[in-house]
Write a new protein. Structure first.
Length: 264
């Protein structure tokens, strides 16, 4: 069986204090985009992952199924690695879904997915989702989907580990005022009716980039860093506007022009 593993952007990311389990409390808005990997999963005597030698998360996800068989997995990568776009989490969720569909007695996957990574459960659900807790507690959102997304992976970007990004957040006392920021995010979401209303969502607590301001200067109605970065996204009303911004910032990194995706 073969299926798509789409990327995501975080339309908002509000981060709070460290929890007892070592993770951070957060509120985030997950949005799929139509850029993705493709995953093929077939029964095998032992689990073998092909196509992406750096994989660990897909293998861990399939091991967590605790099936009495192995799997042959083929990953066709399109999502840039360690870019804040959730590629590994999406690959893991798609592999879980495809393998589970081939079991005689399919399992409920949410808890298994949450044990692999906080972003993984999102990719098992359709549509935009509000993630709370560590990000794995999900609520469906009704958000406009008629906009264009320009993704920019900055040239020579050095991806810090997610742990390092959160450590820097803690060192600067970033969790202060979490309750107020989380409430402001929910209040802004309640008022979203048109794509341009997404501009009122608060900025990413974990990471920022001057490229977001440049994207806005070139016509984006919202721009921010996705997740822990380094990818920056800009939201545009029309593809032609995104193309003009891409031309204006040519040479600043790798670009993808895409659209929202509702499901994997």
């Amino acid at each position: 069986m073969t299926g798509p593993a789409p990327a995501k952007i975080n339309l908002a990311l509000v981060v709070g204090p460290l929890r007892a389990d070592g993770k951070h409390e957060l509120v985030t808005v997950y949005q799929r985009v139509d850029l993705g990997d493709r995953i093929t999963v077939e029964p095998a005597d032992e689990t073998v992952v092909e196509g992406f030698t750096d994989d660990t998360i897909v293998r861990a996800a399939l091991d967590a199924l605790d099936a009495s068989r192995g799997w042959r997995v083929r990953i066709e990568k399109q999502i840039p690695v360690a870019a804040g776009l959730g590629g590994g989490s999406s690959d893991a969720a798609t592999a879980l879904r495809l393998a589970n569909a081939q079991l005689a007695e399919p399992l409920e996957l949410h808890e298994i997915a949450a044990g692999i990574g906080a972003d993984v459960p999102f990719f098992l659900h359709d549509g935009p989702q509000l993630g709370t807790g560590d990000g794995s507690v999900l609520e469906p959102l009704e958000l406009p989907q008629d906009f264009v997304v320009l993704l920019l992976l900055p040239k020579d970007a050095r991806k810090l580990s997610t742990g390092d990004v959160y450590a820097a957040f803690d060192e600067r006392g970033g969790a202060a005022g979490f309750g107020e920021r989380a409430a402001a995010l929910r209040a802004a979401l309640a008022k979203v009716r048109r794509p341009r209303d997404l501009a009122a969502l608060p900025p990413n607590d974990l990471a920022s980039s001057p490229l977001a301001d440049e994207l806005v200067a070139h016509g984006a109605f919202r721009a921010d860093v996705s997740g822990a970065g380094p990818t920056v996204y800009g939201l545009f009303h029309r593809k032609a506007d995104a193309e003009r911004a891409q031309r204006a910032l040519r040479g600043r990194g790798r670009f993808w022009i895409t659209i929202p995706a509702w499901y994997g």
